[in-house]
Design a protein around this ligand. Sequence first.
Ligand SMILES: Cc1cc2nc3c(=O)[nH]c(=O)nc-3n(C[C@H](O)[C@H](O)[C@H](O)COP(=O)(O)OP(=O)(O)OC[C@H]3O[C@@H](n4cnc5c(N)ncnc54)[C@H](O)[C@@H]3O)c2cc1C
Length: 284
Amino acid sequence: MTSNPRARRMSRRFVGGQSLDEAMAAARTSNRLGKLVSLDYLGEHAGSVAEAQRARDAYLAIYERIAQEKIEANVSCKLTQLGLDLSVEFCEGLVCSLVERAAACGNFLRVDMEGSVYTQRTIELVKRVRARSPAIGAVIQAYLHRSEQDVRDLLAYGCRIRLCKGAYDEPHELAYHRKADVDASFVRLMNLLLESGVYHGVATHDPRMIAETIRFAAALRIPKDRFEFQMLYGIREDLQRALVRDGYRLRTYIPFGQDWFPYLVRRVAERPANLAFFLRHFVR
Ligand SMILES: Cc1cc2nc3c(=O)[nH]c(=O)nc-3n(C[C@H](O)[C@H](O)[C@H](O)COP(=O)(O)OP(=O)(O)OC[C@H]3O[C@@H](n4cnc5c(N)ncnc54)[C@H](O)[C@@H]3O)c2cc1C
């Protein structure tokens, strides 16, 4: 799929491009539209030390370009891309070098959350690094039963959190599956985050979750610049525009790079209508 030119072109529906130049162009356009950006260099499950180090170098280059071009953007990464499958200590070393660079540029590193086999290691690693620097933040998935405890733990470190529903296929013992349960958990966790006084990200395209967030923030008189909404590149652009127009902070998550296939599969799994989009264009 990734080497097929037609498939590559279609991936542009959700991916900011194959190269850093293309991603920077997408980020500039987003900034012009009043959106903040998070750049994600696509990749997961590095199979060797050299592969993980190459990912680290790619992220260092992203911080460099953001600073040079004065783009309003931070960076999101996955720990398995930085060698979590190889060794926690090795991975933590790479994360620390990224967080140091982020702090030196007045920037920030968001550690995405992957499948539940990585949750504990990810939370522990983020807490250790957060104890040394505020330039790192975590992601919490509302579908996991454990998330409320994780939020409380991370808040004890003053850690910035992105709240999302969760994108992986998890077993019933660990995660809610009914939409109503996931949504109820999302609202509970969003309340905890907004009450904490720390600057967090509410990452959803669900108009009901967005309305609940706006209502709760207004009830607590939390100013619009004390939290942000986050959405994925190419999804619900109408909602993104509406939030910017209404004066909310909105960050678009722009993934880029050649390893876009697993990311695309998650977007299709969330919304099977996306598969029809791809098949239609492929056949055409
Ligand atoms: C900025 C950001 C970062 C994220 N980071 C992570 C992460 O680190 N770990 C993780 O597990 N998950 C992450 N996710 C994904 C998230 O967990 C959900 O899988 C995804 O956002 C869909 O959930 P939803 O809240 O939009 O609500 P849903 O109830 O799934 O969808 C609500 C509405 O949004 C629209 N929509 C949702 N998904 C799609 C799609 N794929 N294509 C087109 N329209 C769609 C539809 O209109 C749908 O009706 C992230 C999401 C965002 C926005």
